[in-house]
Design a binder for this molecule. Structure first.
Ligand code: ATP
Length: 360
């Protein structure tokens, strides 16, 4: 059913104030074209500007306001640039804090070839479903503390966490997503060494496969996957894996099909989803109209698709598909930012996508 969405808009740091408004303009135009009511936007502080003005990179009132939102667009954060006092306080980076506060347990990162974009490989169209709440990233698994311990100055211990519940929910999502794609799920694991932790992953994938008889399950070891992803990336559809493996493989996949700036991503939970490009804040090019907004636009399209599925809303689904298609139309015309061989600035590229959506 068509509905009015309430979405947060968090600019973040570096190129965030350029790419987030770009994605917002494209999303607004696509919803308008689909005949859907306009989004109710909430501009909320996050990042270095929020730290300077409100004393926190992720102020409490931002979190409170997001609770009442259907989802949000979030720019990258550059916590390296925050004052030393912030680091000493032990505060989490805003993205991590949002993932944990809102239970955004699945990080979905697609990679595919796009017209006119030079790439190292062809025929790639895959989606990495990365478990986002635990695994080898020790800090994600802790209510208090970082999950790292130093019993002596020369010994560091790191906690990994693998719970059946967290594994089950991302595996289920991966199989549901595969139903709407090419019906193939690849589990990436390291069960030959870590038999218990990845035994849980294998068990949960086998259980999900039994519930989705049309979906083929394949299991691949993490090290073998690194090689296969380079040699035969076209063989993969939905790839499901733990946090650190997913982070690593999605950067590899993103770079194989073009450049970091092209990679979109959504962090999804049961009630909220956050669109945040897979790349970082790129401070080296910030404020110069050089940022590629495609990753953020694709992330915003994924958020709309997620909302469309969650609310059985054909207009949101249609708008998401329009955003994806029109990015390709513009790229195919040779309009692209410098990082992928073009000459357009962030604004000019975004103008072209908006014009394409409006039918010029
Ligand atoms: P982080 O630690 O936040 O992940 P990082 O410096 O490791 O940040 P990114 O900021 O993602 O990595 O990017 C690395 C480089 O890739 C940037 O310095 C920039 O030159 C380029 N880059 C990343 N995103 C974009 C983009 N959207 N448009 C153009 N170039 C980009």
């Amino acid at each position: 059913m068509t509905r009015t969405y309430r979405l947060g808009c968090l600019l973040g740091d570096g190129i965030g104030p350029e790419i987030v408004p770009a994605a917002r303009r494209v999303l607004d135009a696509a919803l308008d074209r689909a005949g859907a009511p306009p989004v109710t936007w909430l501009d909320l502080p996050m990042g270095a500007a929020a730290l300077a003005e409100h004393g926190a990179a992720l102020p409490e009132h931002t979190k409170t306001a997001l609770t009442g939102c259907d989802g949000w667009l979030a720019g990258p954060h550059d916590s390296e640039s925050y004052p030393a006092g912030w680091r000493a306080s032990g505060a989490r980076v805003p993205g991590g804090e949002l993932r944990s506060a809102f239970g955004l347990y699945a990080n979905l990162r697609p990679s595919r070839n796009r017209p006119g974009v030079p790439s190292r490989v062809a025929d790639v169209d895959l989606l990495i479903a990365r478990e986002n709440s635990e695994g080898f990233y020790a800090d994600r698994s802790m209510a208090v503390g970082s999950g790292e311990f130093m019993p002596t100055p020369d010994l560091a211990l790191v906690v990994g966490k693998f719970s059946r519940e967290a594994i089950r929910r991302v595996v289920r999502l991966a199989f549901e997503l595969a139903e709407g794609r090419r019906q193939h799920v690849t589990l990436v694991h390291k069960g030959n060494v870590l038999r218990q932790a990845f035994g849980l992953w294998v068990e949960e994938c086998e259980a999900a496969a039994a519930e989705h008889p049309g979906v083929r399950l394949e299991t691949v070891l993490f090290d073998a996957m690194a090689a296969r992803l380079v040699r035969h990336p076209e063989q993969f559809d939905v790839v499901v894996t733990e946090n650190l493996f997913g982070d690593t493989l999605s950067d590899l996949a993103g770079e194989l099909v073009g450049a970091l700036g092209m990679s979109g991503s959504v962090n999804a939970g049961d009630r909220h989803a956050m669109a945040q490009a897979a790349h970082g804040s790129a401070p080296d090019i910030a404020g110069q109209d050089l940022a590629n907004p495609v990753g953020m636009i694709v992330s915003a399209a994924m958020l709309l698709a997620w909302l469309g599925d969650r609310h059985a809303d054909p207009a949101a689904r249609e708008a998401a598909a329009t955003m994806e298609r029109m990015v390709d139309v513009v790229l195919a015309e040779g309009i692209a930012t410098r990082d992928v061989g073009g000459a357009a600035g962030t604004v000019a590229f975004t103008d072209a996508v908006v014009a394409a959506i409006r039918g010029r």
